[in-house]
Design a protein around this ligand. Structure first.
Ligand SMILES: NC(=O)c1ccc[n+]([C@@H]2O[C@H](COP(=O)([O-])OP(=O)(O)OC[C@H]3O[C@@H](n4cnc5c(N)ncnc54)[C@H](OP(=O)(O)O)[C@@H]3O)[C@@H](O)[C@H]2O)c1
Length: 278
């Protein structure tokens, strides 16, 4: 059984408050074994994407885990080159087939791009209304993208999945999303392995709470109402990253991590990320 607290999305759907990401995890044995390990450790949310090229392995691991499909929250994403109203349906069917399932829990627009995200999202709305997906949302949306989306579509996204970690804590978008009832999900929650997790603030708090720096950071996300989806292919880390529910950071501890913010983006900016867009 999983001891991960459950949160509720704006459409009433329940979602585990920590998930498992599989960006850059290779299709085949690597993703298959990592997802099996994650499910064994208690994760019940798996985050993949068409562009990750590993949906088949994810689907196979879910099947072979023996855990009923309805107990697993499965997310995948519409890739940039598949944007557009009609294209989105084709891409969705391809993802479903690869995942070997007849629905996904959450389907996300992967990046806003320039001008097709509204029509793409309208296709997701149709999938939602047709009950092919249990919830829909977006990734990498700035406030201005969300404003346009909210003005021009009907279904409020349940989720905005964005780059978020102690070096870029995204306070403004978090506040905006909270006001609109949109759950924020952190990608790169551990800074993608690009930055040292052994910065003094994490090490000191780790010593205080007898936890690792990664666990301190993941607990900080949780206490900020942010759903983190850490990735690892290392079994001990997979287990470690979900073992964060037996301690609490004080307000002072939280303040120290908040003070670590430098608005430092480690990956692409959604306003200039045009990979796959014309
Ligand atoms: N929507 C988007 O545009 C977008 C973009 C990027 C990512 N994502 C999603 O977000 C998920 C997480 O982001 P991410 O994979 O980019 O980065 P991340 O989870 O922040 O970092 C993953 C890196 O941290 C290492 N790591 C994991 N646990 C650790 C621990 N306990 N101690 C030390 N190092 C640890 C991993 O190494 P090992 O694997 O070697 O253990 C890997 O190098 C992705 O997998 C994907 O599902 C979404």
């Amino acid at each position: 059984m999983s001891n991960v607290p459950i949160w509720k999305l704006n459409n009433g759907l329940e979602i585990p408050s920590v998930g498992f990401g599989v960006f850059k995890v290779k299709e085949g044995d690597e993703v298959y074994l990592a997802v099996l390990e994650a499910l064994k450790a208690g994760y019940r949310l798996i985050d993949t994407a068409a562009i990750y090229g590993n949906e088949e392995g994810v689907g196979r691991a879910i099947k072979d885990s023996g855990i009923p499909r309805e107990e697993i929250f499965l997310t995948t994403k519409l890739w940039n080159t598949d944007q557009g109203y009609n294209n989105a349906f084709t891409a969705f069917e391809t993802s479903l087939k690869k995942l070997d399932t007849d629905y996904v829990d959450l389907y996300l627009v992967h990046w806003p791009g320039k001008d097709k995200y509204v029509e793409s999202y309208k296709a997701l709305e149709k999938l939602y209304k047709d009950k092919r997906v249990r919830a829909i949302g977006v990734c990498n949306f700035h406030i201005h993208h969300l404003e346009k989306l909210l003005a021009e579509t009907e279904v409020v996204p349940v989720m905005n999945q964005i780059e978020l970690h102690p070096l870029m804590n995204q306070k403004e978008i978090r506040d905006y999303c909270k006001e609109k009832g949109i759950q924020v999900e952190a990608w790169g929650p551990l800074m993608q392995g690009k930055e040292d997790l052994d910065a003094p603030v994490f090490v000191e708090l780790g010593r205080k709470h007898e936890k690792s720096p990664a666990q301190i950071i993941l607990r900080w996300h949780f206490q900020n109402d942010v759903l983190a989806i850490p990735k690892s292919v290392t079994p001990s880390r997979i287990r470690e990253n979900i073992d964060i529910f037996d301690f609490e950071l004080s307000e002072e501890d939280m303040g120290k991590i908040n003070a670590h913010n430098q608005n430092k983006r480690l990956s692409a900016d959604p306003d200039t990320m045009m990979n796959g867009f014309d």
